[in-house]
Write a protein that binds this ligand. Structure first.
Ligand code: SIN
Length: 323
């Protein structure tokens, strides 16, 4: 049977229209998990690998295995969650091994490193540069460690880290950033990103040091840091969108952007697409709903794009209209 060339190219176009790329690495869909919940053990990572999450993002790791903070560390809230996990993880060497085991699933694997010192970042990035991961996300924004400020709020300290990690290999490096609230800070961070050839960013980590009080018990709802923890979910979506947009405007076509923060539906995802995110990560909804959420959100996004007359992810990317 002769297959018409035009017909074939139409099919190929359609198949590719919902794909995206982060730092040149192809993702089969716009939606994947975030470094955060349910991605610490090999079993959890295999669950993500078998789902329609378009990448496998591993839990932020430290040099040594870490148990995490004292319970209760996670509370679901009406519009999201508050957490202070404290980076519970198995130590980076396990995640290097896991990457080799996860390769058979043929989807991008993303390491996430959270050093407790500049040297830690260097050691872990070097190890992952020589591993089976496709991308390395450098977490500069964990708000849940006692006496360890969020690195990315200190631009001098951030530069020290970037200086040590940016030339350790060919795999693209990205930064997981905290929310910034003043455009001067987006500009300062964008300058460093350009200077050190950072290829992607993840905007945003949870909004750090929030406090939720239970008026019945008259206590905070989580224990670590006297109740101060990272706020996630609907509460933070406008802040996440603003950070994606601010960096998109500053660094358009120079880096890729993962949007994260309050994505629970195709409609939320479409907003991140308009703001300029190249792909999105889902954390709180994944924790609540399990790995079926990736398929559902993707289906809802496709439906919105179709109804609005967009033929691809690319067509709508960054196309926020101004009033
Ligand atoms: C945690 O494990 O405390 C959350 C990770 C993060 O906020 O980066």
């Amino acid at each position: 049977m002769r297959i018409n060339k035009n017909y074939l190219s139409c099919i190929m176009k359609l198949l590719n229209s919902y794909k995206t790329k982060i730092a040149g690495v192809e993702l089969d869909s716009y939606i994947c998990n975030a470094s955060g919940p349910l991605d610490s053990t090999l079993k959890e990572l295999e669950n993500i690998a078998k789902s329609t999450s378009s990448a496998i993002i591993m839990k932020s790791c430290t040099i040594e295995p870490k148990e995490g903070n004292q319970e209760p560390i996670y509370t679901r809230l009406p519009l999201g969650s508050i957490q202070s996990m404290g980076l519970p993880n198995l130590g980076y060497q396990e995640y290097v091994k896991f990457a080799a085991r996860l390769k058979k699933y043929n989807k991008p694997i993303i390491a996430s490193v959270a050093g407790l010192s500049v040297e830690d970042y260097q050691q872990m990035v070097e190890a992952f540069q020589n591993s089976d991961v496709d991308l390395i996300e450098v977490n500069l924004s964990c708000p849940n460690l006692e006496r360890k400020p969020q690195v990315a709020y200190d631009f001098k300290q951030t530069e020290k880290v970037l200086c040590k990690i940016s030339n350790l290999g060919k795999k693209p490096i990205g930064l997981k950033l905290p929310p910034y609230y003043d455009l001067i800070h987006h500009k300062q961070m964008a300058k460093l990103i350009e200077k050190y050839n950072i290829r992607f960013i993840t905007c945003i980590n949870s909004v750090g040091n929030a406090l939720i009080i239970d008026s019945k018990t008259e206590t905070p709802v989580i224990k670590p840091k006297r109740g101060f923890g990272g706020l996630c979910g609907d509460y933070i979506k406008p802040i996440a969108l603003a950070n994606v947009r601010a960096f998109y405007e500053l660094l358009k076509n120079k880096i890729s952007i993962f949007g994260v923060g309050g994505i629970k539906s195709g409609a939320d995802t479409f907003e991140f697409l308009l703001a300029g995110a190249d792909a999105v990560q889902v954390a709180t909804t994944f924790e609540k709903e399990g790995s079926n959420c990736f398929k559902r959100i993707n289906r809802e996004l496709k439906e919105i794009l179709r109804k609005k007359g967009y033929n691809s992810i690319e067509e709508a990317m960054g196309k926020l209209k101004y009033l």
